[in-house]
Design a protein around this ligand. Sequence first.
Ligand code: SAH
Ligand code: SF4
Ligand code: F3S
Length: 440
Amino acid sequence: MSEPKKLFIKTYGCQMNVYDSERMAEAMGGAGYVETDSPGDADMILLNTCHIREKAAEKVYSELGRFKGLKADNPDLKIGVAGCVAQAEGEEIMRRSGLVDMVVGPQSYHRLPAMEARARGGEKVLDTDFPEDDKFAALKSRPKARRGPTAFLTVQEGCDKFCAFCVVPYTRGVEASRPAARVLEETRDLVARGVREITLLGQNVNAYHGEGPDGADWSLARLIWELDSVDGLERIRFTTSHPNDMGDDLIAAHGECAKLMPYLHLPVQSGSDRILKRMNRKHTAESYVRLIERIRAARPDILISGDFIVGFPEETEADFEATMDLIREVGYGQAFSFKYSPRPGTPAAERALVDPDVASERLSRLQALITRQQRDIQDAMVGRELGVLFEKPGRMPGQMVGKSDYLHAVHVADCPATAGELRRVQITESGPNSLAGELV
Ligand code: SAH
Ligand code: SF4
Ligand code: F3S
């Protein structure tokens, strides 16, 4: 038997790209490839890219530059670009870098094995279609190998919201949900392989409306309740949600479904109604704050996480202060914040930019506030008893690391628990980025 060929994948961007990379590795597994973590050994290199901000997109070209020597050493090496830059820039990638053999968009990667075969024949292959055939149906089921205790699972993809700054509707296409039966099947398969916690993914995951086995449209809450009854699955999370799709049944599930973790990523982007309107977010700061109140009424201890864009065109100091006020009112346990980056083809890219120094200064003020809030919320865990799902050994001998219900990293010294075990932990210390505790 010939030696298996080696595939090196580098993943940028969001969790959905992490999931897609796993699926692409499995698809190439069917074509005789095993994964390697060293590009120097690889027969095929795949960059799974992100187009969300300019910096993210530019990384692809600098990374490709680094592979020049590898291709010179190994003329059989095939290089592919996948993901959202592939979708957005297509042939431009081949033009800018002669090293690239394959360009494959996020909706056509089930065709990757066939593309690789053509590339081996010397062709340059591009596929950025939004094909009729569902890629998930075309992909073979996951191999039965054991895996870690947490997994991502895409249930919804694409977006119809068209926020004025965002490329996602163009790179991922229109909003679509996977049938519930497929999600259940994939969940059972993951659980059989050792997974205890699943994070359901979608660009607008709470807009999920997949076909149920009963023929009716299932909401995300309905799907979560079904997953709740899967034996061996201990925790359910989902991300990312849009405030306008937060249904009553989903809010209620946060109070009633024991496996649904008390953590919600609910981006608001800005606290200024003027800016929210210009962003085409279709909600106000007030409606968002009222929504958080309703969610907290259902689940008082829920940890709220968010995303913020600072320096959106026309953002004034008063608009920015409104964002700071909203952050003070909500209290975030986690947040991601970005300086606005104009993206080609989006409506906001045509508008005048805020002075970059002003935007940077606002971003650091906002991040300082968020860091304080995160730290206060994390420190308040000390003395409490939390569920921790252990994931792997820590850096110290005998130590184990896991995640709390609220997604904080938790270290336990001299820990008899093994990876995949969910245990109660008494929290004793709060450090810069993690908690420490003892098994109860
Ligand atoms: N679907 C999610 C987020 C998708 S992108 C949602 O609706 O919230 C993740 C985050 O990147 C966004 O929440 C936003 O804060 C940020 N982002 C998106 N486009 C951006 C841009 N052009 N410049 C800066 N940040 C951006
Ligand atoms: Fe982008 Fe999210 Fe807005 Fe959709 S809802 S356009 S993914 S920021
Ligand atoms: Fe980036 Fe595409 Fe995800 S642009 S954030 S990889 S959906």
